[in-house]
Each structure stands twice: as C-alpha cells, then as structure tokens.
Ligand binder design. Structure first.
Ligand SMILES: Cc1ncc(COP(=O)(O)O)c(C=O)c1O
Length: 296
C-alpha cells in the first residue's frame, strides 16, 4: 500500500509540454479518457538514474494510442527527452516513470472523434513491486476466473488503460484470497499472463512461454528471450495448456515493474526458485544496470 497518495506529492510532472507542480497536474472530471477508457500508458524503469529502453516504451505508447485510434502530438524522441528530464528533475535513482496519454473533454460521447489528446509524464522512486523476500523466494499466483479477451474483442496489443479493468478485478480477488497476483488464461483457456507481467515456465531446462496473440508482448519478455538465447537456452513460444504447470520445474514472470520475478506457487501447485530463473534474473539485472550484455 502506498503511504503518500499519488496526487499529494512534491515534485514536477510534465503535462502537454509544460513542467507543472506535482499537485497541479490535474484533468477535468468530464474527460473522455476517464469515462470511456480513451487512455494508454507506459511504465519505464529507472536504474542508477538511467531510464531503461525509454525510446522503446515511447514508441509503444505511440503505437498503443494508434491502436485506440488517436495520434500522439509528440515523437518518440521528444517523449524520451521528456522522460530523461523528469527523471533528472526528480533526482530519481531507482524508480519508475509513468507516461500516460488520454482523450480530453470536448465531448461526453462514446465517439472519440475530434477529442483533444493529452500526454503527461511523471516519475518516482520505486525500488521493487514485491518485497525483497518475495523477489528471492517467489510470489504466489491464483488462477483467475477472468480471462484475457480475444483479439477480436479488445485491442490486446495496446497498453490501454481500459484493459486493466480486467487485471484489477483479477488481482483484487487474488489478493483477497491471500495470493500476491492473479494468473489469467486467454479466451481459449490457455495460459496467458499475470496482471502486469508475462509468463515463463521452465520444463526440463527449456523455457516455454505463451504466444503473445492475446496480450502484451512485453519489452521485458522480448529482452529475456534474447538473453536466454545468448545463454544457450532453448525458448519455445507456443500455446500452453494450464495442465502443463504440473510438469513445470520453475515458473517466473517478466515485466518492466516486476523484472524477472520468481513464482513459488500457482494455486496449490508449488515450484522451486531454480537455477534457470536465477540465471536469467541475474543476467537481466546486469543488463538493465548497463553492466555488459547480461552474459554471466
Ligand atoms: C498486462 C501486462 N502484461 C505484460 C507486461 C510486461 O510488459 P513490459 O515487459 O513491456 O513491461 C505488462 C507491463 O507493462 C503488463 O501490464
């Protein structure tokens, strides 16, 4: 639980081209983004004062907006520069940047045509999502009754705020039952991902990860696949039935915020935090801190 509310902090937030005092970074209650989910966002991690893959995240923010039928008035290079400036002004060492874009308040209508587009970037210190202990010993997931929608039902490639309503429902239920996070299946009943991170299984020393055709193909997921290949590990991207968790030796999640997060249980099935997970977590840790290419 956050101790200081996010609207009551010191610092500066960039909004539509201006650096404004943190508490004044407000939007009108009659905004399309709030009522109809016309909003997209990003999460960028900062390591040692440096945003990791900031340009890739800026490009994805623009691509997400396009999936939602709006165009950002800022280039990826401009958004990258803003991200770096906000990190520098906030003197963020190990933290998180939240770029967000939303449709404005010209009309209260399901139609988004003609709405203004707004963009903001904020950053704060945020070392880890889960406790230090959970990072070492793993988190517990509960399989959710909520599923990721099919690509015909939702803009699944976009990091769209509206899609997170499903994640919030799933995560709140998982936490109420004493779990750390939820595991969502896709619309076909195959394994998909957690509420804010992608999923990997280790089976007989090989990595298995679901095809990202109904959820976000995470930047961390792609980074970890490349790291694994560089370490000589076999990576199999395929449809995975939930029953296969019974034969998995290790399970972990990947995401900008989660990093490489070990999973110690899915429902009643328990896993060890094994060598493959640790190897990739360490390689990822080295890469994001600019310590070489992640090779051991
Ligand atoms: C739903 C969801 N899936 C996957 C990811 C992982 O994406 P990335 O590694 O680009 O952060 C995230 C986090 O952004 C997410 O929110």
């Amino acid at each position: 639980m956050t101790s200081i509310p996010f609207d009551d902090r010191d610092g500066t937030i960039w909004v539509d081209g201006a650096f404004v005092p943190w508490r004044e970074a407000r939007l009108h209650v009659l905004s399309h983004g709030l009522h109809y989910g016309g909003a997209v966002f990003e999460g960028v991690r900062v390591y040692g004062g440096q945003p990791f893959k900031s340009v890739e995240h800026a490009e994805r923010l623009r691509a997400s907006a396009r999936e939602m039928n709006f165009e950002l008035p800022w280039s990826a290079a401009e958004l990258d520069a803003v991200t770096r400036e906000i990190v520098s002004r906030g003197q963020i060492t190990d933290g998180y940047v939240r770029p967000v874009a939303w449709r404005g308040s010209e009309q209260i209508s399901v139609s988004g045509a003609g709405s203004s587009v707004h963009v903001a970037v904020a950053a704060w210190e945020w070392p880890h999502v889960f406790s230090d202990d959970a990072q070492e010993s793993g988190i517990r997931l509960r399989t959710s009754r909520w599923r990721r929608p099919s690509p015909e039902s939702a803009p699944v490639r976009a990091k769209a705020a509206s899609l997170y309503a499903i994640g919030t429902l799933a995560r709140d239920e998982a936490e109420a039952d004493g779990f750390d996070d939820a595991l969502l299946l896709d619309h076909r009943g195959n394994l998909a991902e957690a509420t804010g991170a992608n999923l990997f299984l280790v089976i007989d020393g090989e990595l298995h990860t679901p095809v990202p055709d109904g959820f976000l193909d995470g930047i961390t997921r792609q980074t970890v696949i490349a790291l694994a290949a560089g370490l000589g590990l076999t990576v199999r991207v395929r449809a995975i039935d939930p029953a296969e968790l019974a034969v998995a030796d290790e399970v972990f999640l990947t995401g900008t915020a989660y990093e490489v997060q070990p999973v110690r249980a899915v429902d009643a099935r328990e896993f060890t935090v094994g060598g493959t997970t640790k190897l990739l977590a360490e390689a990822y840790g080295r890469l994001v801190r600019g310590e070489g290419d992640g090779a051991p």
